[in-house]
Design a protein around this ligand. Structure first.
Ligand code: HEC
Ligand code: HEC
Length: 462
C-alpha cells in the first residue's frame, strides 16, 4: 500500500499534466505550465479541443462590416490626410500617397480604396480609421489581412495630424495617448485603461502605461481560449477590441448601436487562415524531423500541430523570462477597472502574472517575435545568442523578409542613434528600453543547431 503510493507520487510529476484549464487560479496555472515545459520530452497524444463551429452567414456579414461598414469614426478630414506631407517638407513629394504610407508604416490597400492605405476608408469629406491599420500588414511585400502591421507608428501619425491642425486650422483629433515603443509595437492596453477611466472611477491606482506589444495574428484567434499577450481576456470577448475605435473618432453611442456588427466582425476573424510560406519549399525530411522535435520540446506549452484548437497555456512570466512590463502592469486594479467598465461587463478578465504561449500557426508571417516584437527572426527566438540589441526595421521595402532566419531582415546597429529625427526614432528597435527587452524564452537554446534548423523547416509549413 505504502510502496504503491510512493510509486504513484514518483510517477505523477513526470506525467505531462492536462493543458492549463481556462478557469482556476492563474498563479498555479502558470506554475503547472512551467513544470510541463521543464518535463518536456514525453510524446503523448495531445489534449485537443474540438474546432470551433463558425456561423458562415454571420462571418460574412462581419467581413462586409469590416471592409464596407462604419468601423471606427470619422477621424480625419480627407484634405488633411492628403496634405500630411506639409508637416515634414515644403516640397510636394512626387508620389504623396506613397510618401505618407512610408512615413507612418501604413500598408498598401488590397483594392483601389480611393487612394487610401489599408486601415483607412473615405467617407464623404472625411477618412475613417479602422482595425486594419494595426491588423493588416505587409508580409514579404504582400498586404495580409490579419497579420499585425509591424511598421506602423500611430503616435507619429497623431502628432503630425496635430501639427497640421495647428498649421492650417482644423479641429485637431485628441485621442488618448497611444505610446509607440517601436514600429508596430504600441501600448494599446494602456490606451484602453485611459478610455476606461473616462467611464467611471478606478478602484485604486491604475497603470495607464502597460508595457508594449504587437498585434497578434488574427488567424490564431480560433486556436485559443484566452486572448491578449498575457491571456487576460476570454477568447469570446469583443468589447475591448471595440474600445480602440473610441480613440479614432467613434463615440460610445456608435459602439452600442453597432455592437451586433462588431460581434459579426469577430466571427469573421475566426474564418481567417494563415498565409502559405511563399519561398522555397522546405525539405520534407527536415520538416519530419522538426515535427518530432517540436512535439517533444514545444507542445507542453504551444498548441500541438495535431490540434485544431487547444486550451491556451499561460506560463508564469518568471518562467518564460521575457520582458515583464506588459504582464506585471496588468494587475488586479486594472482588471477591476476593465470589468466595471462597459468594455469588460460580463466577461472574465484576469490578471494572470503570465504570458500566453501563442499558437504557432503561420508564425513565419508574424515576425518580429515575442509579445513585444523584440526578436526579428525565429532563429533568434530559438537561439538567444542571435538576438540583436539594436536593430533597424527596413521601412516599407519589399525585400525585407529573411527566409533563412525566418522573419524580418533587419539592419543590426552597434547602438541606438542619439537624437534621431522624430520620424526616424521608431524605426530603430532599442531592446535596452523599458518594456522592449529581448530576454527570456530560452527553450530553444538547448537544441542542437541541426535540431533548430529542422524546427524552422517544420514551422514554415504551419
Ligand atoms: C492601434 C492598433 C490597433 C487597433 C486599431 C486595433 N487593434 Fe486589435 N490589437 C492590437 C494589439 C497591439 C493587440 C495585442 C494586445 C495585447 O495582447 O496586449 C490587439 C489584440 C486584438 C485581439 C486579440 C488577439 C489575440 O489573439 O490575443 C483581437 C481579436 C483584436 N485585437 C481585434 C481587433 C478589432 C476587431 C479591432 C477593430 C475594431 C482592433 N483589434 C483594433 C492593436 C490594435
Ligand atoms: C514552458 C513553456 C514553453 C515552451 C516549452 C516553449 N515555449 Fe515558445 N513561448 C512560450 C510563451 C509563454 C511565449 C510567449 C512569450 C512572450 O511573448 O513574452 C512563447 C513564444 C514563442 C514564440 C514567439 C511567437 C510569436 O508570435 O511572437 C515562438 C516562435 C516560440 N515560442 C517557439 C517555441 C518553440 C519552437 C519551442 C520548442 C523548442 C518553444 N517555443 C517552447 C512558452 C513556451
Amino acid at each position: 500500500m505504502r510502496l504503491s503510493l510512493a510509486l504513484l507520487l514518483l510517477v505523477l510529476p513526470a506525467c505531462p499534466g492536462p493543458a492549463v484549464p481556462d478557469a482556476g487560479a492563474e498563479g498555479d496555472a502558470g506554475a503547472a505550465a512551467a513544470d510541463a515545459g521543464i518535463d518536456a520530452g514525453v510524446t503523448v497524444e495531445p489534449a485537443c479541443l474540438p474546432a470551433l463551429v463558425v456561423d458562415a452567414d454571420k462571418a460574412d456579414a462581419g467581413r462586409q462590416f469590416l471592409f464596407q461598414g462604419q468601423v471606427g469614426g470619422q477621424m480625419v478630414p480627407r484634405l488633411a490626410f492628403d496634405n500630411l506631407w506639409r508637416v515634414w517638407t515644403n516640397v510636394p513629394p512626387a508620389d504623396a500617397p506613397a510618401a505618407i504610407r512610408e512615413r507612418y508604416g501604413f500598408a498598401p490597400a488590397l483594392s483601389a480604396n480611393d487612394g487610401l492605405p489599408m486601415g483607412f476608408r473615405a467617407d464623404g469629406a472625411n477618412v475613417r480609421v479602422d482595425c486594419l491599420v494595426c491588423h493588416a500588414g505587409e508580409v514579404a511585400g504582400q498586404t495580409v489581412v490579419g497579420a499585425g502591421n509591424n511598421r506602423v507608428d500611430l503616435e507619429l501619425f497623431i502628432d503630425d495630424l496635430k501639427s497640421l491642425a495647428r498649421l492650417v486650422g482644423f479641429p485637431a483629433p485628441n485621442p488618448p495617448a497611444l505610446r509607440t515603443g517601436a514600429r508596430g509595437v504600441n501600448d494599446i492596453i494602456g490606451m484602453t485603461m485611459q478610455l476606461a477611466l473616462r467611464q467611471g472611477p478606478a478602484p485604486g491606482p491604475v497603470n495607464t502605461e502597460v508595457g508594449f506589444q504587437d498585434a497578434p495574428a488574427w488567424w490564431t484567434l480560433a486556436d485559443k481560449t484566452r486572448i491578449y499577450t498575457d491571456g487576460s481576456g476570454p477568447q469570446t470577448a469583443h468589447r475591448t477590441m471595440m474600445a480602440t475605435q473610441l480613440a479614432f473618432g467613434a463615440t460610445q453611442q456608435d459602439l452600442e448601436r453597432l455592437e451586433p456588427e462588431y460581434v459579426a466582425l469577430r466571427e469573421y476573424l475566426l474564418t481567417l487562415k494563415a498565409p502559405a510560406w511563399p519561398f522555397a519549399v522546405p525539405e520534407p525530411a527536415a520538416v519530419a524531423r522538426g515535427r518530432v522535435v517540436f512535439r517533444e520540446r514545444c507542445t507542453s506549452c504551444h498548441r500541438d500541430d495535431r490540434c485544431d484548437r487547444a486550451e491556451t497555456t499561460l506560463v508564469a512570466r518568471e518562467t518564460v523570462g521575457t520582458d515583464a512590463e506588459r504582464s506585471a502592469k496588468y494587475g488586479p486594479n486594472e482588471v477591476a477597472l476593465i470589468s466595471s467598465s462597459w468594455f469588460g461587463q460580463g466577461e472574465s478578465y484576469r490578471s494572470t502574472g503570465s504570458y500566453s504561449a501563442p499558437s504557432l500557426r503561420g508564425v513565419w508571417a508574424s515576425a518580429p517575435y515575442l509579445h513585444n516584437a523584440s526578436v526579428p527572426t525565429l532563429e533568434g527566438v530559438l537561439d538567444s545568442s542571435k538576438r540583436p540589441r539594436f536593430f533597424r526595421v527596413m521601412g516599407t521595402r519589399r525585400d525585407d523578409y529573411d527566409p533563412v532566419g525566418v522573419g524580418l531582415n533587419v539592419e543590426v546597429l552597434p547602438a541606438a542613434p542619439v537624437n534621431p529625427p522624430r520620424a526616424e526614432r521608431s524605426w530603430v528597435y532599442d531592446t535596452t528600453r523599458p518594456g522592449l527587452g529581448n530576454q527570456g524564452h530560452l527553450f530553444g537554446d538547448a537544441l542542437t543547431p541541426a535540431e533548430r534548423k529542422d524546427v524552422l523547416a517544420f514551422l514554415k509549413t504551419q
